[in-house]
Design a binder for this molecule. Structure first.
Ligand SMILES: NC(=O)c1ccc[n+]([C@@H]2O[C@H](COP(=O)([O-])OP(=O)(O)OC[C@H]3O[C@@H](n4cnc5c(N)ncnc54)[C@H](OP(=O)(O)O)[C@@H]3O)[C@@H](O)[C@H]2O)c1
Length: 252
């Protein structure tokens, strides 16, 4: 995709991977809108990246997603790139989940990680298809391919988003809309809560690599360990998943 002259909406772009990408797009001559639930976090992002446009939005809510689409297209009708980046990660033991009383807590992972990107994509895709150039970038995870058994719903949402992205690419193949999947490995952000991803890849190096790769029209972009995981055989997936579970099961 072209890396300048776009107007992007990056969900969850007030922190972490979304903000690191937003900063690179702003510095490369793009207009960037980011959204998230916390106004103070968005203000901090704006202080860090002058020029960033922010919008408070809770993507768990259908009404907020519709309002976001209406607001973006009314105020920035030139918008041509959607980055479905917002996500949450919840680690839990299914034997201790108390899902009768706590389903509201668990279902947030589905509404945020899955419903929101599905819904926003289905709102923006027809709008983008009328443009000369556009893109939808879905941020999945290496865990879409090798499930992290202590985050079972998270891994399942990312696998589903990968599948949706493949279908979307087929459906949009005869339009101007490029469909790109970014599948990060563990990256040092606050995903899931502060301190859980401190062993991950340094954020700036990761974001630099992804930003550069976007220029090469890659359809599925991995980094570090996720490059191999994107193409593993079923036996290798099972082995990798088992090894990850054995080394992390004490955490839930
Ligand atoms: N870090 C990793 O190791 C890693 C690996 C693979 C994939 N990923 C994926 O990368 C993406 C970005 O994660 P990150 O690592 O950068 O973590 P992060 O810093 O926690 O970013 C997640 C962002 O999503 C926003 N968000 C969460 N729920 C939302 C909601 N309901 N409505 C609107 N915004 C919401 C958060 O803002 P508010 O809390 O203010 O709403 C936050 O800005 C996620 O999809 C994640 O699954 C990360």
């Amino acid at each position: 995709m072209k890396l300048s002259g776009n107007t992007l909406l990056i969900t969850g772009g007030g922190t972490g991977i979304g903000l690191a990408l937003a900063e690179r797009f702003v510095n490369n001559g793009n207009t960037v809108i980011v959204c998230g639930r916390r106004e103070n976090v968005l203000q901090d992002a704006k202080d860090k990246v002058p020029g960033l446009i922010t919008r408070v939005c809770n993507l768990e809510e259908v009404s907020d997603r519709l309002a976001l689409f209406d607001w973006v297209t009314a105020n920035y009708p030139e918008v041509n790139v959607l980055v479905n980046n917002a996500g949450i990660q919840q680690r839990f033991n299914v034997l201790q989940s108390d899902a009768r009383d706590n389903w509201g807590y668990f279902s947030k992972e589905i509404s945020t990680n899955l419903e929101a990107p599905f819904h926003l994509t289905m709102l923006f895709a027809p709008y983008f298809a009328a443009k000369d150039s556009a893109a939808i970038i879905n941020v999945t995870s290496g865990l879409a391919f090798t499930p992290f058994a202590i985050a079972p719903m998270y891994s399942a949402t990312k696998a589903a988003l990968h599948s949706f992205t493949v279908s979307l690419r087929h459906q949009l193949s005869e339009t101007s809309v490029e469909v790109v999947e970014v599948a990060p490995p563990a990256v040092a952000t606050d995903l899931g809560g502060a301190g859980l991803h401190t062993q991950g890849e340094p954020l700036d190096a990761f974001a630099d690599a992804i930003f550069n790769e976007l220029a090469w029209d890659s359809k599925e972009i991995g980094y570090g360990t996720s490059v191999a995981r994107l193409h593993m055989s079923r036996d290798d997936i099972d082995g990798y998943t088992e090894k990850m579970y054995q080394s992390t099961k004490h955490l839930i």
